[in-house]
Design a protein around this ligand. Structure first.
Ligand SMILES: Cc1cc2nc3c(=O)[nH]c(=O)nc-3n(C[C@H](O)[C@H](O)[C@H](O)COP(=O)(O)OP(=O)(O)OC[C@H]3O[C@@H](n4cnc5c(N)ncnc54)[C@H](O)[C@@H]3O)c2cc1C
Length: 400
């Protein structure tokens, strides 16, 4: 054996699992195909559930030393009516906010913490090409350079297009998604803007993520609609942004070209079987998450915690290790499948509301009497529930 556990993918799921296993003394190797963590398109929300884990790992002071933007509240502006849609200040302190931290910084922090354990190895620039089989079990990975790495457990944490998952012969069930996202940056408006996540009206829906120094924007478009946007040209794109968010009329003129607008394909899928003898899928490799509610990173990390707590002890079984590892993998799926399915169900509901325009009709401008009464009575009751759902997800994990 080259390691007890070989993990393909150095994203949030893979690096967190590597760290947690190394803390238990498990020999673990994480292979990441890129030479660095620098990637722009994966979101960078760190939710209260992950902040709680950072605290439990004793990494808080190092986390706080990295520049990040704590956001206790985020508004939604629907038809010009500003709603205080997300308010995490009702959650228990100290982690009663979500924060935006570039994902490469978070991954670097976790990797650094992992490297303090002698049994942790992270190999950057190494790509899994397939899996090894021995005695009817998965026995490690083969890299694109032809290197074999043998392990008692192989973990696919290599994202929604997972190579290892494919090599295991596992295919996720795909749920149709009617939307894609166009991803671009704008300068912040000169007049300060309250932290606003979402702008919606009959012209479309725009997400704005306040990052230090600029706004990361995501315009939702119908699936496969990017060719149409490109054909209509830059001026039409700018006009569209301005009609959805008049306050961005100035900043959007600084968008120089549609080449600065990237298409991010939204996908929601889930495996029926998350494991095979000797192998386990976690994170997006087991269930691709939509960006709705920005919970994908946190769900990937929660999978890692659930896996580490079951697989770590199983690896210590001296007499029936293979059997114990497989039982642990099955237990990980049992633990994480339901919270994942529930969140994906909600995400798909929101996709439907976006695609049919129902979201933009939630409130008129000016609101009708019924809407005003509903906003006054229902919204305050819903806010704490929404805060828990977004902040922790369903069935949050704790590090024992
Ligand atoms: C448009 C968009 C916006 C999003 N925004 C947010 C957000 O704001 N907040 C949020 O929480 N979630 C967001 N998500 C979801 C989130 O990106 C994912 O759910 C999350 O990154 C999953 O983590 P992971 O570790 O499972 O996989 P990934 O983050 O995809 O990491 C997989 C890693 O494996 C590596 N890899 C791939 N193949 C191989 C291989 N063969 N060998 C070795 N390494 C390999 C990749 O380079 C990558 O580093 C968004 C998703 C989309 C599509």
């Amino acid at each position: 054996m080259d390691a007890d556990v070989c993990i393909s993918g150095g994203g949030p799921a893979g690096v967190m699992l590597g760290l947690l296993l190394a803390r238990q003394g498990v020999e673990v190797v994480v292979v990441e195909k890129h030479a660095d963590f620098f990637r722009d398109f994966r979101g960078d929300t760190v939710h209260p559930s992950t902040l709680n884990l950072i605290d439990a790992l004793g990494l808080r002071s190092r986390f706080d030393a990295i520049p990040h933007d704590p956001l206790p509240r985020l508004d939604a502006v629907i038809n010009g009516i500003r709603l205080h849609a997300i308010d995490l200040s009702s959650l228990p302190r100290p982690n009663d906010f979500l924060t935006l931290m570039p994902q490469w910084d978070l991954l670097a922090l976790l990797a650094e913490a992992g490297a303090e354990h002698p049994s942790f190895r992270l190999r950057m620039g190494v790509e899994a090409a397939g899996v090894l089989h021995e005695r009817g079990r998965v026995a490690g990975i083969r890299t694109t350079d032809g290197e074999d790495m043998r392990a008692a457990l192989t973990v696919a944490a290599d994202g929604r297009d997972s190579t290892v998952r494919r090599a295991l012969g596992l295919t996720p069930r795909s749920y149709g998604v009617p939307i894609d996202v166009l991803w671009f940056r704008l300068p912040r408006p000169t007049e300060p803007l309250p932290d606003t996540l979402l702008w919606a009206n009959e012209n479309g829906l725009l997400v704005t993520i306040p990052r230090p120094g600029y706004l990361q924007c995501g315009l939702l478009i119908p699936k496969s609609g990017f060719a149409r946007v490109q054909a209509d040209g830059l001026e039409a794109f700018r006009r569209r942004i301005t009609t959805i968010t008049p306050r961005l009329a100035g900043p959007v003129t600084e968008l120089a070209s549609l080449d600065d607008v990237k298409l991010l394909s939204v996908q929601v899928d889930r495996l029926e079987h998350w494991w095979r003898p000797g192998a386990l899928c976690i994170g997006d490799a087991a269930h691709a998450m939509s960006p709705v509610f920005g919970v994908g990173i946190n769900y990937a990390i929660q999978d890692a915690v659930a896996a580490a707590q079951r697989v770590g002890p199983a690896l210590r079984d001296r007499f029936a290790r293979d059997h114990a590892v497989d039982r642990a993998c099955a237990a990980v799926q049992r633990r994480r499948e339901l919270p994942t399915a529930a969140m994906q169900r909600l995400q798909r509901g929101v996709h439907g509301a976006i695609a049919t325009g129902a979201l933009a009709r939630v409130v008129d401008n000016p609101p009708t009497r019924g809407q005003r009464a509903a906003l006054r009575s229902i919204l305050p009751a819903l806010l704490p529930l929404a805060a828990r759902m977004i902040g922790y997800g369903f069935r949050p994990e704790r590090i024992r």
